[in-house]
Structures are given as C-alpha cells and as structure tokens.
Design a protein around this ligand. Sequence first.
Ligand code: PLP
Length: 498
Amino acid sequence: MPYIESIERLVSSQPVHVMVPGHGGAPAHGGAHLAAVFGDRLVQYDVPLMLEGVDLGADSPREASLQLAAEAWAARRVWWLTNGASQGNRTAALAVRGLGERVLMQRSSHSSFVDGVLLAGLIPAFVAPSVDERHGISHGLTPGRLDEALREEAEHGRKASSVYVVSPSYFGSTADVAGLAEVAHRHGAALIVDGAWGPHFGFHPDLPEAPTRLGADLVVSSTHKLAGSLTQASMLHLGEGPFADRLEPLVQRAYTMTASTSASSILMGSLDLARRALVQGTEHISAALQTAERLRQLVRADTRYSVISDDFGEFADIVRTDPLRIPLDVTNLGQSGHWVRDRLIAEHGVYFEMSTASAIVAVIGALATPDAGRIMAALTAVADEADALRAAGEADHQAEFPAMPEPGMLRMLPRAAYFAESIVVTAHQAIGRISADSLAAYPPGIPNLVPGEEITEQTVTFLQAVAASPTGFVRGAADPLVATFRVVRDPVTASLQP
Ligand SMILES: Cc1ncc(COP(=O)(O)O)c(C=O)c1O
C-alpha cells in the first residue's frame, strides 16, 4: 500500500504542522477533539494534498497505489474519488461529451448521471430497461435491445457517441456487459457502465466479472458500497478499449473539474486499504458468500418470505446475479416492505439496505460476515407480528403502492429546461407542464422525472406516494411531500428539442 505507507512514514517523522488541516495533525497540537472520538490515527493520517514523498510527482507513492488499483481492476487507469460514485458519474458525463454530444442512456440511471448530462450539455436519449412489474423494479438492457435503440437513433440522424448502462442493478441483477460493449463499439459509441453496486466484481470466482475485463470503456464504481472503503471513497476505471486513448485526457480534465482541491487522505487511504484487502481477501470473500448463502437458505425455509433473485432467470437481460445481494419479497405478510424494514430496525436493530412496497433488500459487504441467524430470528419475529396484525384485520395500506410511472415526453432539452425561467406550482397545476428539475425517488435514486420532461398524473401520484411512505424520500423535489413542482415558466417561448 504505497500511499498508506508513505503517510505512515510521514507520521513517524513527527512533523510540525503549520499548514492545513487546522486540527494540526496531532492530538496534542489541536486535534484532541477529533482524537477523543475517532482515535489519534485519524488526526495524524489526515494530511493535505501536494506533499513530497506522498502524492507529488509522477512517481509518487500515490501514483504507485493508483497503478496497483488499475492492475487489480484490469483498468488502463484509475481515478480515486472522494465524493462517491456520484462524482464518477458526473466526471464520466463530462468526459464523454468530448466524444460527441449525444448519449443513449438506460432510463433507470442514477440521478448523478442526469446531473452530469446537465452539466456537460449532453443530449440524452433514453432506452427502457426490463422491468419486474410484480415488484416495480428495473433491471438492465440486453445487447439486442441496445442494438435496436442505437440503430433507431442513428436512423433519425441522432447517432449516439456514448452509451450509459447500469449493471448490477440495485437488486444485484447483472447484464451481459461483454455483449453491450460489443454492440456499443460496433455503433461507434463508448460504453459507460455504472457499476456502483459491483466494486467487488472480479475478486472471487463466484462473483461476476469486473466490467473492465468485459470491454466497458468507463466503469463508475462505488467502492464504499460493498468493497470495504470508507463512505464516499469510490473509483472511476478506464478500460483498455478502443476509446481509451481519447478518453484518458478527457477523463483527466473532467476529474480536475469535479475533484476537491483538498481530497481527503483518509478517504483515499481507505481505497488503498480496500484494494489490498480485496486482492488478498479470497478467504474473507468466501466467508461473505457463505453468509449470504446461509441467509438465503434460512429465508427459503419460511414460506412467508421469498428470495426475489431466485426468479431472475425469467429476465433475458440478467446473465449473472450478485450473490451478496439478498432481495426478499414480503407481500405474503400483508404489510409493505417499508413496514417490515421499520419493524426490523425498531424492534431488532437489524438494518436492511432498502425497502419498496413489496420488498426489502439486504446487502452483505464483500469482506463482511453479519450474523445470519440473528437476521433470520428478526425476520421471523416480524413475520409473526404481521400475522398477528392480519388476524386482527390490520393490513398496511402502503402495501398497495402505485406502479412505477412511464417517463413523460421529453419536450425540451434537459439543460435548457434546467436553466430556463421557472416557477413553483401545485402538483395539480404541474400536470402537463415541463419539469425544470430532476426528481428521483429514494431509494434507489432512479430519476422519475428529468428536466425537460412533461409531468404526468402518474408521475405525480407515484412521487407523492413515495414521499408519504415511512422510508421514502424524493431527491430534487420542491418540497418534502411533493405537493409542488418547479416547472418551466414559459414553455411556449422556451427552446424546444432540436
Ligand atoms: C447506480 C448508482 N450509481 C451511482 C450511485 C452514487 O453512488 P455514491 O453514493 O457513491 O455517490 C448510486 C448510489 O446509490 C447508484 O445506485
């Protein structure tokens, strides 16, 4: 771990800090308040950028660690990100604008990529992923569907220079990235894979392969999600493909624009540590996989729950499944996933990653081994509680949740709509008008409305139901309950789509 070791050397030389950060780099010299909670090392290892022997120069220890990360993820080059995969998506969008102005993107993108599209002034076209109607969850694209969409765009004179897909999905479904890369390249487009949920892929024979090894040109990776770095610490990987020469300087310039000039050594150091732990961690990953399998087996023995990924075979776009993701169908309980997740937290201290109307999703880190027995005991107790409520005639109304809305028609370019003069109107008045904002139901943060799209009644109903649900939140909404919307003031004179 050249980067971590270089900081270790610096710390052991007992430097006198008359520089940032202002906590002085030592518990005894200004950092006692931090050390009291986080320990001495956090204060000592929190060093600024541009230090000789740490990160200055082309042959610095930081560069050596980045090179090791590139080798570990089979990338030509890796950028460490201290503002999450969200920064990776914005950086990727800015970078691919250098290849051309049109991007074909999977509709179920993360909202940070939509933000990148706005920033970069990209012209997006959307392609719908396959959807599990039963659970209202989006999966991915088949290469055939991508081919069709790229062809259609080209036939209308809208040739895309880049393609953005999400794999794995929030539920662990993994697309045929090799097939998607082949199709994108055949159409002259670079492939961005938002692999935020698959930073651990490629580090164990029982896990899906890393997208860089399958031909992806850029891979956005949320290392902190499952691969053991600290929250926010993520990476952007440049694949060794046909676009690598053009993309490398474009990504570097975009990265300079999105990165902090005070990137945290603690977060970056955690990426160095996570990389080594993964590379040397086959046994730990095996233990995590066994834990996940044990939990699945326990759950399968209780017919009140079912493992949603057991039915992934029905979807043509799903070629692999992340075994560390355990999505559970809770509809047999007569209660919503939100209610189940809440009860697990309130009564048992068991925190699932997310809930929907019909499901809850557990995520097991690639190096983690949570107590499967305790989780199952909590699930059993919550199912018993649901049975008792049902016997008393108390169903949870949230279980009946509106369907995920179809996107409204794109009537203005997203960037033009975002920057146009806008006003806030009631939800009722907003129907039929053009949204100036990007609104995404959380979790999972997939935009249901992007700037420039017409607001439909279906979208309003869905977003308000999410906002009213116990764990729901709508990112980008004009108010917490989504009672109002920001719309383009004057769509008649506003610039229309080209
Ligand atoms: C598909 C996808 N991409 C990107 C992100 C953003 O990741 P981060 O939270 O690391 O910024 C998320 C977050 O959930 C995501 O689900």
